[in-house]
Design a protein around this ligand. Sequence first.
Ligand SMILES: [Zn+2]
Length: 272
Amino acid sequence: MSEMNCPKGHGAMVEKKVEKSVPFKGITVKVIEDAFVCPVCGLSAGTVQSAGKVQNALSEAYRQQVGLLSGEDLRRLRKGKGMTQADLAEAMGVGVASIKRWETGSIQTKSMDQALRQHLMTNAIESHVNGNRDISIPRILLVLTAFESALKRSILKENDKMLFAGKYLFYADMMAKKRLGRSMTGAAYARLPFGPQLNNYNDLLDEIRKADIFEAEALTDQELEIIDQIAKTFPKDRMVYDASHKEPAWLETKTGAPVLYTWADRLVAKID
Ligand SMILES: [Zn+2]
């Protein structure tokens, strides 16, 4: 950046970021502009910026203010998903030039913004891994507590590795995903040699025991019904264990790999 002297003869001006309010598309947009300011008289002058750069700064600030994804957001989210501009264009059915323009200052329409969010912010993989819900440790404990009440016995035992509790949970989450479109706990499962199990159960065990069930969203009647039916179908630990080993979800998943909720519609245990 070149230097600039105060036109009033106070010597060198200092480069600073200055907030400016600019009318733009019917609203007042606050933009941060690089400017030279005279420390003596306070006179400020914009630095010589390309018209494109100014336009881009205005567009970024405008989009942020009206709740649209900014070009910077778009680039960051797209890269976070490992997509090229061409990948995103193809997924959205738009030309790659549109993606390029939005990332460098063009303002997308509200409906395009929603489509962009759908492609960049909803995570299809996670919905398969967590069953359309963020994992809730208190809710895991709540569901286990509901099972204990339905089974009239304890399933979360001292020094237990959740060998059986994990399978009751698995059925509860899978059935909820199948019937209600959403898992109960958001837990992810993995295919272990001894059945489907909470992913990272070793790390979660302690947290589950210490969780506060009152922090969990209460169970709905439909969820309680599912828990009840599972408890009636598998009154004994061994039964839920054996059933889980007959599920295609377990049989057809590689050891160590996530057991995806896409299997929910293919459960073979008869629970009703
Ligand atoms: Zn001056």
